[in-house]
Ligand binder design. Sequence first.
Ligand code: ZN
Length: 86
Amino acid sequence: MLFPPPSGPPPDDTGQLVCSARGCRADGVWALRWNNPKLHTPDRRKTWLACEDHRTSLSEFLSLRGFLREVVEVGAGPAGPPDNGS
Ligand SMILES: [Zn+2]
């Protein structure tokens, strides 16, 4: 783990479209697409899902580190399936 997640790791193994905030089981309605240039090639995108309540806190966490690339509404665009794996 090279940086602390906002409140715990995203649910990598569930494959469910739930919010990535720890303990939150709400539907993830926002996909926060991010890239860590130290780990990922420039075209790589990781995706965290966020509910309405956690969209701001999760996106601020990523943007403060310069990781956040875009925020898209789940199912509203070409975001594709979430990439919560490594
Ligand atoms: Zn949430």
